[in-house]
Design a protein around this ligand. Structure first.
Ligand code: MN
Length: 128
């Protein structure tokens, strides 16, 4: 796998956040898949097997924590790195996300530098 054919799935119900991340990923040269609900995100992850998943925690249907649990339980998606993206993280949230199976965590609003650095490092790990 090269960085050129890496595909990033972003599960996010907020259009502004989606737009911002879309812009950053485009600048990084990544292909992007978008899902607006947890259910849609799970279906997309299973059918497209993206390289990395970016996951909002507050989703309209399924809590992001349950989305990651589901992804990590299914053998076909268990190895895909999941980065939680969330605003107003409370004390203990990071631990809760990691415990649920998230591989990493970014606070919103994400910066282009932080996002591309984290995504890039997971892609490199997947390649090695
Ligand atoms: Mn949300």
């Amino acid at each position: 796998m090269t960085e050129d054919n890496a595909t990033i799935l972003y599960i996010e119900d907020n259009p502004q956040n989606m737009r911002l991340v879309r812009k950053f990923l485009r600048m990084g040269g990544y292909k992007m898949l978008e899902a607006e609900t947890g259910g849609e995100g799970l279906a997309s992850a299973k059918s497209h097997l993206p390289t990395v998943i970016l996951l909002d925690i507050n989703l309209p249907d399924i809590d992001g924590v349950d989305v990651v649990k589901e992804l990590k339980k299914a053998p076909e998606t268990a190895e895909i790195p999941v980065i939680a993206l969330t605003a107003n993280a409370m004390h203990g949230d990071r631990e809760r996300f990691i415990e649920a199976g998230c591989d990493d965590y970014l606070s919103k609003p994400v910066s282009k530098g932080d996002l591309l650095e984290k995504v890039g490092s997971f892609i490199k790990q997947a390649q090695s």
